[in-house]
Design a protein around this ligand. Structure first.
Ligand code: 5GP
Ligand code: MN
Length: 331
């Protein structure tokens, strides 16, 4: 439930100017939730712009409304103007404004009321919040928002595709710990509204390049380090391979999950060298809390079993450091 929902409803009784945004390096849930909310709210005559802090992978280009979204650095001037003159800023699929760098500065400066829809742990406080860590995805919360907001909820086929994308990707195809009953209930509802599952599958998963698949093969064959004793595995993506396989935004998505398929591996870490930092992705099974691990050691966070972080150190150093930390925590 949203506290003060009446004041939000009041605000939205008239056509307004609205900014909708999601976290950097948007994933399926970030894309799905922003585009679904935009599609839904546009029925009421609002002027809406989806503005994403960084570019999104090409395999989201098919999503309804994706091509109209602005990538902040490419539209900085117009985006700054839009944000400054917005009546409402909707923040989706993130819990703190640093997650929308480099857009966070203008959002803070604009001092506009914010609506947060999110399922990450430990959120900051905003005017209106629909926050639930038990939600399988932010798309679940968009669906809930639509139903809270308007009993006559009109979910178009396009909106359904977007909501489904977020639920499908954040639950790892209805298989990871985030998967809940609502995921299935909502998808059943979306099917009633014309959702074409094969169309989404084609756009998301049958749309990638040969070099990405070869990159994946190489990463698992040559760049995976497995420590059976500690139940931890690493996959490294170095700059050399990124160049060799012409890696594009989003091409490493999902790679971190593979080591968890090994019996006895309880925690997996993807270590990706970027221009000036090393980006880390963590996944775990059961009670191993990678949100805490990423927060304490790598300026990151996320969910209990899926989190991210960053470091200034190179992959080799990080493998040693993380191995040491895990060893210590086991003793
Ligand atoms: P991924 O490993 O797929 O990039 O992210 C896993 C989860 O952790 C996602 O829910 C993502 O939003 C969150 N996450 C990733 N990187 C960071 C980070 O640097 N800080 C925080 N707070 N969350 C992150
Ligand atoms: Mn999400």
């Amino acid at each position: 439930m949203i506290e003060n929902i009446d004041s939000l409803k009041e605000l939205l009784t008239q056509p307004r100017k609205i900014t909708i945004t999601a976290h950097q390096r948007p994933d399926g849930d970030a894309m799905g939730s922003t585009l679904a909310l935009s599609e839904y709210l546009s029925q009421f005559g609002h002027e809406i712009k989806v503005i994403l802090p960084t570019e999104y992978p090409f395999y989201f280009e098919w999503m309804p409304g994706a091509k109209d979204a602005w990538v902040y650095p490419e539209h900085k001037e117009a985006a700054d103007e839009w944000i400054k003159s917005s009546d409402l800023i909707c923040c989706l699929d993130f819990n703190t404004l640093s997650r929308i760098e480099p857009m966070d500065a203008i959002v803070k400066e604009a001092e506009k009321p914010i609506l947060l829809l999110d399922h990450h742990l430990q959120p900051d406080t905003f005017e209106w919040m629909l926050h639930d860590v038990k939600a399988c995805s932010t798309c679940e919360l968009v669906h809930r928002f639509i139903n809270l907001f308007d009993a006559q909820a009109k979910i178009t086929e396009e909106c359904a595709q977007c909501i489904y994308t977020g639920i499908l990707t954040d639950t790892g195809g209805f298989s990871n710990g985030a998967t809940n009953k609502a995921a299935f209930d909502i998808v059943a509802d979306l099917m009633d509204r014309g959702l074409d599952i094969l169309y989404v599958q084609q756009g998301l998963n049958q749309n990638k390049t040969e070099s990405r698949l070869r990159f994946l093969g190489n990463a698992l064959l040559n760049e995976m380090v497995v420590n059976h004793e500690l139940g931890i595995a690493f996959v490294v993506v170095n700059r050399k391979d990124a160049k060799k396989y012409n890696l594009q935004t989003g091409d490493t998505e999902g790679l971190v999950n593979y080591p968890l398929s090994i019996k006895g591996i309880e925690m997996s870490v993807l270590i990706k060298e970027e221009k000036s930092i090393t980006k880390l992705s963590f996944r775990s099974k059961g009670d191993i809390n990678v949100n805490e691990f990423a927060r304490v050691h790598f300026e990151g966070g996320g969910h209990k079993n899926a989190a991210g972080g960053k470091s200034i150190y190179p992959p080799k150093w990080l493998i040693n450091k993380i191995t040491e930390l895990v060893k210590k925590s086991k003793n």
